[in-house]
Write a protein that binds this ligand. Structure first.
Ligand code: TXA
Ligand code: MG
Length: 336
């Protein structure tokens, strides 16, 4: 992919116009959103969307989120717009929330992996919004990484995984939120959480005035899945990853010793003050103790540990409270 720098707050209209034109003729354009970088293609062009699947090595049963500039454009890719959708869009768009609703016939089946439903969102990044407005088409965009690998929160991460892919990357700097959007299915009688993410469940429930239903975990099969982001191994670094209990200095020291004994090069991600003298051979990353800040740094830290060449990552378990849902979810998948 070829890199083009853009000012993240006021992107150059010529760069945006060029990228939008590329999308319209079926090329791939990776672009920053507030969550992670997306690998975009014209959602109305099945051949263009097929290029996304090929570039990522993404299984055909995994549907792709459609990005649009505003509510009007969102309504054109679905066949229903219930009160709950209007409420959520008003509260959280532009922002890290994906709404799943029955798909309109205009959107080709490859986008939804054959499901009758489509995930749609209005991203809150000036570059993404400028691109969507200029392109005047819905843009299918999964995270811009190879399937099952870490999501990219910078253009450099995109290049690390997809350098050989034909297309351009708009480099708008690091992503603010750092983990993917929350995915909520509004086609069910009660709204169903398909993937925790940038908007908290508490915030959704407060606005909707109902508790979200949690979808039962997927069983292993090749059938289309309601949210394959729920596949157990996903968002994984190259290094094998394990966890120790929060604040448990003894467990941390023992785990490091046994990994060292096995000849591993070790990275650790901690947020408590363990008061341990770490040996120089251990790459220590001190993480924030607030959930949003931790999320912002999560993928970037795992990318950095991978780049540092560690073969094992020991992660201090994060708190069990609801504010940590999305982070816990991504860590669990990295460890699976
Ligand atoms: O923050 C994000 O959502 C990022 C940025 C680029 O917008 N995109 C992203 O896309 O994370 P991806 O493809 O890596 O993850 C999409 C998630 C998957 O869990 C997928 O299964 C679910 O959304 N999804 C997409 N379309 C769906 C549909 N029609 N029905 C159910 N789930 C869907
Ligand atoms: Mg992804």
């Amino acid at each position: 992919m070829r890199l083009h720098s853009v000012d993240p707050t006021s992107p150059d209209p010529d760069v945006i116009a060029d990228a939008a034109a590329r999308l319209r003729i079926g090329e791939l354009v990776a672009f920053p959103t507030e969550t992670v970088y997306g690998l975009g293609a014209n959602a109305l062009d099945p051949a263009a969307v097929a290029r996304i699947f090929a570039a990522k090595g993404r299984p055909s049963y995994n549907p792709v989120i459609v990005h649009v500039a505003d509510v009007d454009a969102a309504r054109r890719v679905v066949t229903q717009w219930p009160e709950s959708a209007a409420t959520l869009a008003a509260a959280f768009w532009p922002g890290p929330l994906t709404i799943v609703l029955p798909k309109s016939a205009e959107v080709p089946d490859i986008v939804s992996a054959g499901l009758p439903l489509i995930g749609v969102r209005v991203p809150a990044h000036p570059v993404a919004l400028a691109l969507l407005r200029a392109a005047r088409i819905p843009v299918a965009a999964p995270s811009a990484n190879k399937s099952n690998q870490l999501s990219p929160t910078s253009a450099e991460h995109v290049m690390r995984g997809l350098a050989d892919v034909e297309g351009v990357v708009l480099d708008g700097g690091p992503c603010e939120v750092g983990i993917e959007s929350t995915v909520v299915d509004l086609s069910t009688e009660r709204p169903t959480l398909l993937r925790p993410g940038g908007v908290s469940v508490a915030a959704l429930e407060a606005v909707l005035g109902v508790t979200l239903q949690r979808r039962a975990p997927d069983v292993a099969s090749d059938a289309p899945r309601r949210s394959p982001g729920s596949l157990s191994r996903h968002y994984a670094p190259r290094a094998r990853t394990c966890t120790v209990a929060a604040g448990d200095a003894v467990a941390l020291a023992t785990t490091i010793d046994s990994l060292r004994h096995d000849g591993a090069t070790i990275g650790v991600m901690i947020y408590s003050d363990f008061g341990l003298p770490f040996r120089e051979d251990v790459v220590v990353r001190v993480m924030p103790s607030r959930a949003e800040s931790y999320a912002h740094q999560l993928f970037a830290t795992m990318h950095a540990l991978d780049a540092a060449g560690v073969s094992a990552i020991v992660v201090e378990a994060v708190p069990g409270s609801a504010t940590w849902d999305a982070v816990r979810d991504r860590l669990r998948r990295a460890i699976a």
